[in-house]
Ligand binder design. Sequence first.
Ligand code: GLV
Length: 327
Amino acid sequence: MKRVWVMRPFHDEAIYNSLKQNFEVDTWDDHKTPPHDVVMEKAKECDAFLPEGIDIIDAEVLDGATRLEVIGNRAVGTDNVDIPAATRNGILLTNTPGVLQDACADMTFALLLDAARQVAYGDRSIRAGKWVFFDQTPYLGLDAYGKTLGIFGFGGIGQRVAKRASGFDMRVIYHSRSRKIDLEESMGVEWAPSLADLLQASDYVSLHCPLTDATRKMMGAEQFAMMKSTAIFINMARGGVVDQPALYEALKNKTIARAAIDVTDPEPIPMSDPLLTLDNVVITPHVGSASEATFKNMGLMAVRNITAALTGDAPETPVNPEALQNR
Ligand code: GLV
Protein backbone atom coordinates (compact mmCIF):
# COMPACT_ATOMS: atom_id res chain seq x y z
CA MET A 1 0.00 0.00 0.00
CA LYS A 2 1.27 3.48 -0.81
CA ARG A 3 2.23 5.57 2.18
CA VAL A 4 1.50 9.28 2.70
CA TRP A 5 3.34 11.39 5.26
CA VAL A 6 1.09 14.15 6.61
CA MET A 7 3.62 16.59 8.02
CA ARG A 8 1.37 18.01 10.81
CA PRO A 9 -1.18 16.57 13.26
CA PHE A 10 -3.65 19.46 13.03
CA HIS A 11 -5.68 18.59 9.94
CA ASP A 12 -9.40 17.91 9.77
CA GLU A 13 -10.77 14.36 10.06
CA ALA A 14 -12.06 14.69 6.49
CA ILE A 15 -8.47 14.91 5.29
CA TYR A 16 -7.26 11.86 7.21
CA ASN A 17 -10.37 9.85 6.36
CA SER A 18 -10.08 10.56 2.69
CA LEU A 19 -6.40 9.60 2.67
CA LYS A 20 -6.96 6.50 4.80
CA GLN A 21 -9.45 5.15 2.25
CA ASN A 22 -6.65 4.67 -0.23
CA PHE A 23 -3.33 4.82 1.60
CA GLU A 24 -1.40 4.12 4.74
CA VAL A 25 -1.11 7.43 6.58
CA ASP A 26 1.88 8.39 8.67
CA THR A 27 1.49 11.65 10.65
CA TRP A 28 4.16 13.93 12.13
CA ASP A 29 2.94 14.49 15.68
CA ASP A 30 4.26 17.99 16.31
CA HIS A 31 2.96 21.44 15.34
CA LYS A 32 6.52 22.50 14.43
CA THR A 33 8.19 21.84 11.10
CA PRO A 34 9.89 18.39 11.07
CA PRO A 35 13.70 18.43 11.29
CA HIS A 36 15.71 17.97 8.10
CA ASP A 37 17.04 14.51 9.02
CA VAL A 38 13.48 13.25 9.59
CA VAL A 39 12.38 14.68 6.22
CA MET A 40 15.36 12.89 4.59
CA GLU A 41 14.37 9.60 6.18
CA LYS A 42 10.66 9.93 5.30
CA ALA A 43 11.53 10.55 1.64
CA LYS A 44 12.94 7.02 1.61
CA GLU A 45 9.92 5.50 3.39
CA CYS A 46 6.90 7.34 1.93
CA ASP A 47 5.38 7.80 -1.53
CA ALA A 48 3.84 11.22 -0.81
CA PHE A 49 4.38 14.19 1.50
CA LEU A 50 1.67 16.63 2.60
CA PRO A 51 3.75 19.57 3.89
CA GLU A 52 2.99 23.12 4.94
CA GLY A 53 4.43 25.83 2.69
CA ILE A 54 7.27 26.53 5.11
CA ASP A 55 8.62 22.97 5.31
CA ILE A 56 11.95 22.95 3.51
CA ILE A 57 12.31 20.11 1.03
CA ASP A 58 15.72 20.74 -0.48
CA ALA A 59 17.98 19.07 -3.05
CA GLU A 60 19.61 16.88 -0.40
CA VAL A 61 16.22 15.43 0.53
CA LEU A 62 15.08 15.11 -3.08
CA ASP A 63 18.31 13.58 -4.43
CA GLY A 64 18.14 10.93 -1.70
CA ALA A 65 14.38 10.34 -2.03
CA THR A 66 14.31 6.73 -3.15
CA ARG A 67 10.54 6.34 -2.67
CA LEU A 68 8.91 9.77 -2.83
CA GLU A 69 6.66 10.35 -5.87
CA VAL A 70 4.61 13.45 -5.02
CA ILE A 71 4.70 16.49 -2.75
CA GLY A 72 1.20 17.90 -2.21
CA ASN A 73 2.08 21.30 -0.74
CA ARG A 74 -0.73 22.80 1.39
CA ALA A 75 0.15 26.24 0.05
CA VAL A 76 0.10 28.17 -3.17
CA GLY A 77 3.73 29.26 -2.66
CA THR A 78 6.30 26.63 -3.60
CA ASP A 79 9.53 28.35 -2.53
CA ASN A 80 9.97 25.72 0.20
CA VAL A 81 10.72 23.06 -2.43
CA ASP A 82 13.77 22.90 -4.69
CA ILE A 83 11.75 22.49 -7.89
CA PRO A 84 14.62 21.67 -10.29
CA ALA A 85 15.77 18.94 -7.87
CA ALA A 86 12.22 17.56 -7.64
CA THR A 87 11.91 17.55 -11.42
CA ARG A 88 15.23 15.83 -12.11
CA ASN A 89 14.30 13.15 -9.57
CA GLY A 90 10.90 12.58 -11.17
CA ILE A 91 9.03 13.91 -8.11
CA LEU A 92 5.82 15.78 -8.84
CA LEU A 93 5.02 18.94 -6.87
CA THR A 94 1.46 20.27 -6.55
CA ASN A 95 0.14 23.41 -4.81
CA THR A 96 -3.20 25.01 -3.88
CA PRO A 97 -3.89 28.05 -6.07
CA GLY A 98 -7.35 29.56 -6.50
CA VAL A 99 -8.97 28.12 -3.39
CA LEU A 100 -7.23 30.63 -1.10
CA GLN A 101 -7.41 33.85 -3.08
CA ASP A 102 -10.51 35.37 -1.46
CA ALA A 103 -9.29 34.58 2.06
CA CYS A 104 -5.90 36.17 1.23
CA ALA A 105 -7.57 39.23 -0.28
CA ASP A 106 -9.78 39.64 2.81
CA MET A 107 -6.71 39.48 5.04
CA THR A 108 -4.90 41.98 2.84
CA PHE A 109 -7.73 44.41 3.45
CA ALA A 110 -7.69 43.63 7.17
CA LEU A 111 -4.01 44.63 7.22
CA LEU A 112 -4.49 47.62 4.91
CA LEU A 113 -7.25 49.08 7.07
CA ASP A 114 -5.44 48.22 10.28
CA ALA A 115 -2.34 50.08 9.16
CA ALA A 116 -4.45 52.98 7.86
CA ARG A 117 -6.56 53.39 11.00
CA GLN A 118 -4.19 51.92 13.61
CA VAL A 119 -6.56 49.27 14.95
CA ALA A 120 -3.91 47.09 16.61
CA TYR A 121 -2.08 50.18 17.89
CA GLY A 122 -5.27 51.45 19.57
CA ASP A 123 -5.84 48.04 21.15
CA ARG A 124 -2.21 47.87 22.37
CA SER A 125 -2.58 51.36 23.87
CA ILE A 126 -5.73 50.47 25.79
CA ARG A 127 -4.17 47.31 27.21
CA ALA A 128 -1.14 49.39 28.25
CA GLY A 129 -3.49 51.64 30.28
CA LYS A 130 -3.16 54.67 27.99
CA TRP A 131 -6.89 55.40 27.41
CA VAL A 132 -7.50 57.67 30.36
CA PHE A 133 -9.33 60.54 28.65
CA PHE A 134 -10.85 61.32 25.26
CA ASP A 135 -8.05 62.29 22.87
CA GLN A 136 -8.05 61.05 19.30
CA THR A 137 -4.85 62.77 18.30
CA PRO A 138 -2.42 59.87 18.91
CA TYR A 139 -4.64 57.66 16.76
CA LEU A 140 -5.33 59.80 13.72
CA GLY A 141 -5.37 57.58 10.67
CA LEU A 142 -4.96 57.77 6.94
CA ASP A 143 -7.88 57.40 4.56
CA ALA A 144 -8.20 54.49 2.18
CA TYR A 145 -11.00 55.90 0.01
CA GLY A 146 -9.84 58.05 -2.87
CA LYS A 147 -6.24 56.81 -2.54
CA THR A 148 -4.08 54.85 -4.99
CA LEU A 149 -3.37 51.21 -4.26
CA GLY A 150 -0.37 49.72 -6.09
CA ILE A 151 -0.53 45.95 -6.42
CA PHE A 152 2.67 44.08 -7.28
CA GLY A 153 1.82 40.62 -8.62
CA PHE A 154 -1.52 40.50 -10.39
CA GLY A 155 -2.44 36.81 -10.18
CA GLY A 156 -5.57 35.46 -8.51
CA ILE A 157 -4.86 37.08 -5.13
CA GLY A 158 -3.80 40.46 -6.53
CA GLN A 159 -6.95 40.56 -8.67
CA ARG A 160 -9.20 39.81 -5.69
CA VAL A 161 -7.50 42.61 -3.76
CA ALA A 162 -8.23 44.97 -6.67
CA LYS A 163 -11.89 43.93 -6.62
CA ARG A 164 -12.16 44.81 -2.93
CA ALA A 165 -10.32 48.10 -3.49
CA SER A 166 -12.93 49.23 -6.01
CA GLY A 167 -15.57 48.91 -3.25
CA PHE A 168 -13.40 51.21 -1.13
CA ASP A 169 -13.31 53.79 -3.93
CA MET A 170 -9.59 53.36 -4.43
CA ARG A 171 -7.72 53.81 -7.70
CA VAL A 172 -5.79 50.63 -8.50
CA ILE A 173 -2.54 50.36 -10.43
CA TYR A 174 -0.63 47.12 -10.85
CA HIS A 175 2.64 45.66 -12.05
CA SER A 176 3.06 41.99 -12.84
CA ARG A 177 5.24 39.65 -14.90
CA SER A 178 2.73 40.00 -17.71
CA ARG A 179 0.39 42.86 -18.57
CA LYS A 180 -3.32 41.94 -18.48
CA ILE A 181 -5.00 44.37 -20.83
CA ASP A 182 -8.39 42.60 -20.72
CA LEU A 183 -8.51 43.03 -16.94
CA GLU A 184 -7.52 46.69 -17.21
CA GLU A 185 -10.78 47.28 -19.05
CA SER A 186 -13.05 44.94 -17.16
CA MET A 187 -11.75 45.84 -13.68
CA GLY A 188 -10.82 49.46 -14.26
CA VAL A 189 -7.20 48.98 -13.16
CA GLU A 190 -4.15 50.69 -14.65
CA TRP A 191 -0.77 49.28 -15.66
CA ALA A 192 2.39 50.59 -14.01
CA PRO A 193 5.29 49.92 -16.41
CA SER A 194 7.78 49.12 -13.63
CA LEU A 195 8.09 48.55 -9.89
CA ALA A 196 9.57 52.05 -9.59
CA ASP A 197 6.51 53.59 -11.29
CA LEU A 198 4.25 51.64 -8.97
CA LEU A 199 6.15 52.68 -5.84
CA GLN A 200 6.25 56.35 -6.77
CA ALA A 201 2.55 56.63 -7.57
CA SER A 202 0.99 54.60 -4.74
CA ASP A 203 -0.42 55.58 -1.35
CA TYR A 204 -0.62 51.88 -0.49
CA VAL A 205 1.76 49.26 -1.93
CA SER A 206 0.71 45.63 -1.57
CA LEU A 207 2.89 42.65 -2.57
CA HIS A 208 1.29 39.49 -3.99
CA CYS A 209 4.14 37.91 -5.93
CA PRO A 210 5.90 34.57 -5.42
CA LEU A 211 9.40 34.45 -3.91
CA THR A 212 11.74 33.68 -6.80
CA ASP A 213 15.29 34.64 -7.77
CA ALA A 214 13.74 37.68 -9.49
CA THR A 215 11.85 38.92 -6.42
CA ARG A 216 14.25 37.97 -3.61
CA LYS A 217 15.07 41.13 -1.58
CA MET A 218 13.32 43.17 -4.29
CA MET A 219 12.23 45.78 -1.72
CA GLY A 220 15.39 47.38 -0.32
CA ALA A 221 16.46 50.83 0.86
CA GLU A 222 16.39 52.22 -2.69
CA GLN A 223 12.83 51.00 -3.28
CA PHE A 224 11.49 52.28 0.06
CA ALA A 225 13.05 55.66 -0.76
CA MET A 226 10.96 55.77 -3.96
CA MET A 227 7.72 55.51 -1.98
CA LYS A 228 5.75 58.50 -0.69
CA SER A 229 6.57 59.45 2.90
CA THR A 230 2.83 59.06 3.63
CA ALA A 231 2.64 55.59 2.08
CA ILE A 232 1.74 52.29 3.68
CA PHE A 233 3.57 49.08 2.71
CA ILE A 234 1.77 45.73 2.89
CA ASN A 235 3.48 42.36 2.45
CA MET A 236 1.26 39.32 1.95
CA ALA A 237 3.82 37.55 -0.27
CA ARG A 238 6.95 36.19 1.42
CA GLY A 239 9.34 37.74 3.93
CA GLY A 240 12.25 37.02 1.58
CA VAL A 241 10.92 39.53 -0.97
CA VAL A 242 11.89 42.30 1.46
CA ASP A 243 15.25 43.37 2.86
CA GLN A 244 13.93 43.42 6.43
CA PRO A 245 16.63 45.67 7.97
CA ALA A 246 15.88 48.17 5.16
CA LEU A 247 12.17 48.06 6.04
CA TYR A 248 13.05 48.73 9.67
CA GLU A 249 15.16 51.75 8.70
CA ALA A 250 12.42 53.07 6.38
CA LEU A 251 9.82 52.85 9.15
CA LYS A 252 12.08 54.18 11.87
CA ASN A 253 13.23 57.16 9.78
CA LYS A 254 9.67 57.78 8.47
CA THR A 255 10.82 57.28 4.87
CA ILE A 256 7.43 55.58 4.66
CA ALA A 257 4.55 56.03 7.10
CA ARG A 258 3.57 52.52 8.10
CA ALA A 259 3.70 48.86 7.21
CA ALA A 260 1.50 45.82 7.69
CA ILE A 261 3.19 42.49 7.10
CA ASP A 262 1.92 38.93 7.33
CA VAL A 263 5.29 37.38 6.52
CA THR A 264 8.80 37.93 7.85
CA ASP A 265 12.32 36.69 7.25
CA PRO A 266 12.93 34.49 9.17
CA GLU A 267 9.66 33.06 10.42
CA PRO A 268 8.75 33.16 13.21
CA ILE A 269 10.20 36.65 13.68
CA PRO A 270 12.68 36.55 16.61
CA MET A 271 11.57 38.60 19.63
CA SER A 272 14.89 40.49 19.30
CA ASP A 273 14.00 41.80 15.82
CA PRO A 274 14.03 45.62 15.94
CA LEU A 275 10.80 45.79 13.90
CA LEU A 276 9.01 44.71 17.08
CA THR A 277 10.10 47.94 18.79
CA LEU A 278 8.20 50.13 16.29
CA ASP A 279 4.63 51.34 16.65
CA ASN A 280 4.15 52.04 12.95
CA VAL A 281 4.15 48.39 11.89
CA VAL A 282 1.61 45.66 12.45
CA ILE A 283 2.73 42.05 12.04
CA THR A 284 0.60 38.91 11.79
CA PRO A 285 1.95 35.32 11.97
CA HIS A 286 1.68 34.22 8.29
CA VAL A 287 -2.09 33.73 8.33
CA GLY A 288 -3.08 35.24 4.98
CA SER A 289 -5.12 32.25 3.85
CA ALA A 290 -6.05 31.09 7.32
CA SER A 291 -9.82 31.26 7.53
CA GLU A 292 -11.28 28.04 8.93
CA ALA A 293 -12.94 27.14 5.63
CA THR A 294 -9.94 27.95 3.45
CA PHE A 295 -7.53 26.10 5.73
CA LYS A 296 -9.64 22.99 5.30
CA ASN A 297 -10.22 23.48 1.57
CA MET A 298 -6.48 23.85 0.94
CA GLY A 299 -5.90 20.58 2.83
CA LEU A 300 -8.58 18.82 0.81
CA MET A 301 -7.07 20.13 -2.42
CA ALA A 302 -3.65 18.79 -1.39
CA VAL A 303 -5.29 15.42 -0.64
CA ARG A 304 -6.99 15.37 -4.04
CA ASN A 305 -3.69 16.16 -5.74
CA ILE A 306 -1.84 13.43 -3.83
CA THR A 307 -4.60 10.88 -4.44
CA ALA A 308 -4.63 11.59 -8.17
CA ALA A 309 -0.84 11.43 -8.45
CA LEU A 310 -0.58 8.12 -6.56
CA THR A 311 -3.45 6.45 -8.40
CA GLY A 312 -2.36 7.36 -11.92
CA ASP A 313 -4.75 10.28 -12.51
CA ALA A 314 -3.81 13.84 -13.41
CA PRO A 315 -3.60 16.14 -10.36
CA GLU A 316 -5.55 19.43 -10.58
CA THR A 317 -2.64 21.75 -10.00
CA PRO A 318 0.77 20.30 -10.88
CA VAL A 319 3.68 22.73 -10.59
CA ASN A 320 6.27 20.65 -12.47
CA PRO A 321 4.36 18.20 -14.70
CA GLU A 322 7.57 17.66 -16.67
CA ALA A 323 8.88 15.66 -13.69
CA LEU A 324 6.86 12.67 -14.88
CA GLN A 325 9.20 12.32 -17.86
CA ASN A 326 12.07 11.64 -15.46
CA ARG A 327 10.47 8.66 -13.74
C1 GLV B 1 0.78 30.66 2.05
O1 GLV B 1 1.64 31.44 2.32
C2 GLV B 1 0.69 29.96 0.80
O2 GLV B 1 1.62 30.01 0.00
O3 GLV B 1 -0.34 29.31 0.58
